[in-house]
Design a protein around this ligand. Structure first.
Ligand SMILES: O=C(CO)[C@H](O)[C@H](O)COP(=O)(O)O
Length: 225
């Protein structure tokens, strides 16, 4: 099976977690895109969705799914999103698609977080995937220095094919920190959150996943945390 087929399989399996007549939290990335395409098939069974990025909002609307402003939605029954890495305790690195801040906000008001990922994302210790940190542009240099003190190698994310900084949906920049072996994800999440100028860190540990649907060659494996 290709990686895309594994992603499609978990996207299909995630439909079982969709709560009828509710507003669904929807993540960002290629796996989330497969999920949106599956969600479109049952759109008459949901009220609508809250999107974690402009790209996700556009794809949802393209399928005729109503997109709600989070400010008008006090609580979300379930949030479904991918991950760049996930541990067998449900902690994740997210933000490869630069949507980490909105993803974290939507996840924070969701009763259940269902992570959908191909099996290659399951790791014992996170950090092989560079940790994304969204920062206010004026704090780019000071946050980079502070992140270097944590032992990794921070690097400003650039717009593909250019020397210009990548700008997020929120007007922030992303610093990717390579070379961290994350022994204590909750402690590191707290530490990075305390750096002045950080908008959000792509470590989802204090609030990790409740369920992970992992796409494996022999089928979808469900992990519950
Ligand atoms: O956190 C994310 C976007 O900010 C994605 O969930 C993560 O990057 C995984 O992406 P994909 O499903 O394309 O492998």
């Amino acid at each position: 099976m290709t990686q895309n087929e594994l992603k499609q399989a978990v996207a299909r399996a995630a439909i079982e977690y969709v709560v009828e007549n509710e507003i669904i939290g929807v993540g960002t990335g290629s796996t989330a895109n497969f999920f949106i395409d599956e969600l479109a098939k049952i759109k008459h069974r949901i009220k609508g969705a809250v999107a974690s990025s402009e790209a996700t909002a556009a794809r949802l609307r393209g399928h005729g799914i109503e997109v709600y402003d989070l400010n008008d939605v006090p609580e979300i029954a379930v949030y479904i999103d991918g991950a760049d890495e996930i541990t067998n305790a449900g902690a994740m690195i997210k933000g490869g698609g630069a949507a980490l801040t909105r993803e974290k906000i939507v996840a924070s008001v969701s009763k259940q977080f269902v992570c959908i990922a191909d099996g290659s994302k399951l790791v014992e210790v996170m950090g092989k995937f560079p940790l994304p940190v969204e920062v206010l542009p004026m704090a780019r240099a000071s946050v980079t220095r502070a992140l270097a003190m944590l032992g990794g190698t921070p690097k400003l994310r650039l717009k593909p094919g250019t020397e210009e900084a990548f700008i997020t949906d929120n007007g922030g920049m992303i610093i990717d920190v390579a070379g961290l072996a994350i022994a204590d994800p909750v402690a590191l999440e707290q530490q990075v959150n305390q750096i002045v100028g950080v908008i959000a860190v792509g470590l989802f540990a204090a609030r990790g996943a409740n369920v992970c649907l992992l796409g494996m060659a022999d089928g979808v494996k469900t992990l519950k945390f």
